[in-house]
Design a protein around this ligand. Structure first.
Ligand code: FBP
Length: 559
């Protein structure tokens, strides 16, 4: 066994908190059903595709008394990008199942959804679970991004369930992975298999949320980790006073992570993709916005600063969005085009692309540096997503800002210096030791998923809410997955998917940034959050994110 760090040794002893309703175990809960639900959009199409699982009610648990059920087996899958707390979801699920009936078994499918298709699994033991409690990472069983959508895949998944006597599967993942869960639940029900499927809201991106899923797990720890790193850089910038730091922050599509990190640290500039889209800002306008602040700060003798760039920005700039969707459409054609496959240089490859692009997109593609062109052409993931973590938007912006400042300088319009450093904070935050919040939240989500299975439900996502209150007051229940779905274009086809929750520009979190950003641009109001604290006073250990605090404060006012 690997040597444990002192922190890991101490964290293994941490006992995560549970909502009071679940504290007596999943045999002692009562289920309350709300009214039937509809999907967020495209109701007729979703209803047609999910004939057996559409329209179910939201459910909540309350304390009650019950009897021990017959033993049963469950399986769990970690899916998509890592997020701090995944191991605690599994620990919560395991503990709940064992407390319900000590003969219950929990299997873990290896390497993501492909594990259930290829029959790669382990059976969890107490000893294995104990080694991973309150740790970051998904390494207990690994993760993957395989899309589950074909009848053949579902049949193979069923065969594994039958072999292992599994009647409940928990898929821990983001929007795409929970779409997998919804599809699998529908198929299992339509074919009377007796296998239930429950999802669990994971993603550091924070874009899998609604009234009842207040935040996906991992967002809390990841944003606090980025907050620490940005704070450290701001102290460096403020000490040396010689660099502009362009910091790209993970979050594939929505800018929640960048926004939260900005509220924690108060940088000079924060770009928010949703605002760029709303204002239809071109790449040039974004560059001008940055240049203007660099110029004004330079007039005050400040040739330094920090700028936060959300990872998904490129897809929200209107001309780039049109280009990317055109590239997505021609991608399958390119893959089978011998001229593209046999091209001997990237230049030749770009020419094949240009020949296939629609006229309006050609000049946009041609205007980009070769590195960005190549990054835009990289493989999409299984769900058809551009891999934005591999597109160096922060470097593109540095290059364009530099070019613009040089042009201004040659006309005598800019006299300052400009020296930039680029950073990308993403993977650094995805496997951190879960904060106390994520440790408790994840354990509760897993425990609650077991309660949903025990209640005979399928096609639901585990929901634990009232998260700014003490854990004992959290409300446990389930939300039908179809309620969160709509139809979107993927891989050139219309597909049912869980709708991503983007930053709301009229919401309290963005408005907090908007109210302060002019001040933060010129006057250095840097905040240095420091490292996540696991032991010590609640004021530093049990802080929720500003996003959650502001959103909850708003919903309390609305009540
Ligand atoms: P999920 O939506 O699966 O949670 O992924 C989140 C994420 O961390 C994104 O922020 C990022 O763009 C992506 O994963 C990176 O993926 P990969 O690990 O495949 O490089």
């Amino acid at each position: 066994m690997n040597k444990l760090s002192p922190l890991q040794t101490e964290r293994l002893k941490y006992q995560p908190k549970l909502p009071a309703t679940l504290a007596d175990g999943i045999n002692n809960v009562t289920l309350y059903e709300g009214s039937p639900t509809d999907s967020v959009r495209d109701a007729e199409q979703i209803k047609e595709l999910f004939k057996n699982t559409y329209g179910k009610p939201v459910v909540t648990f309350n304390s009650g008394t019950g009897t021990a059920p017959e033993p049963r087996n469950a399986g769990v899958i970690l899916s998509g990008g890592q997020a701090p707390g995944g191991h605690n979801v599994i620990a919560g699920l395991y503990d709940a199942l064992k407390k319900s009936n000590s003969e219950n078994k929990l299997y873990g499918f290896l390497g993501g959804p492909s594990g259930i298709i290829d029959g790669k699994y382990i059976e969890f033991t107490a000893e294995l679970i104990d080694r991973y409690r309150n740790t970051g990472g998904f390494d207990i069983i690994g993760s993957g991004r395989t899309k589950l959508e074909t009848g053949d895949q579902f049949k193979k998944a069923l065969a594994q369930c039958q072999k292992l006597g599994i009647t409940g599967i928990v898929i821990i993942g983001g929007d795409d992975s929970n779409t997998n869960a919804a599809m699998l639940a529908e198929w299992m029900t339509a074919n009377n298999t007796g296998v239930q499927v429950i999802g669990c809201p994971k993603t550091i991106d924070g874009d899998l949320k609604n009234d009842r899923i207040e935040i996906s797990f991992g967002f809390d720890t990841a944003t606090k980790t980025y907050g620490e790193l940005i704070g450290n850089i701001q102290r460096d910038a403020n000490s040396a006073k010689k660099y502009w730091h362009f910091i790209k922050i993970m979050g594939r599509s929505a800018s929640h992570v960048a926004l939260e990190a900005a509220l924690q640290t108060q940088p000079n500039i924060t770009l928010i993709s949703e605002e760029v889209a709303e204002k239809k800002m071109s790449l040039e306008q974004i560059v001008n916005y940055i240049v203007n602040i660099v110029d004004k700060r330079s007039e005050q003798g400040k040739n330094f600063g920090t700028i936060i760039v959300p990872e998904g920005l490129i897809e929200f700039i209107p001309e780039m969005k049109t280009l990317i969707s055109n590239l997505n459409e021609i991608m399958p054609e390119l893959e089978s085009d011998p001229d593209y496959a046999n091209a001997t240089s990237t230049g030749e490859q770009f020419n094949v692309v240009i020949n296939r692009l629609s006229d309006e997109n050609v000049p946009v593609f041609e205007s980009l540096p070769a590195s960005i062109k190549a990054q835009l052409l990289m493989d999409r993931d299984d769900h058809g997503n551009v891999q934005v973590s591999r597109i160096e938007t922060e470097k593109l912006l540095i290059e364009m800002v530099q070019t613009k400042l040089e042009a201004m300088n040659s006309q005598g319009l800019y006299k300052g210096k400009f020296s930039a450093q680029s950073h990308f904070f993403g993977y650094e935050g995805r496997c951190a030791f879960p904060s106390n919040f994520d440790a408790d939240y994840c354990y509760s989500l897993g425990y609650n998923a077991a309660a949903l299975i025990k209640s005979g439900l399928t096609g639901y996502i585990s929901s634990v809410k009232n998260l700014t209150k003490p854990a004992q007051e959290w409300e446990a229940g389930g939300v039908p997955l179809t309620m969160m779905m709509n139809v979107e274009r993927r891989h050139g086809q219309d597909k049912p998917v869980i709708q991503k929750a983007l930053v709301e520009l009229n919401g309290p979190v963005f408005r907090q940034l908007e109210a302060n950003r002019e001040d933060w641009a010129m006057n250095d109001r840097y905040v240095f959050p420091g490292a996540i604290q696991y032991f010590g006073p609640a004021e530093v250990c049990d802080l929720t994110t500003q996003t959650l605090a502001l959103e909850q404060a708003k919903s309390l006012i609305n009540v």
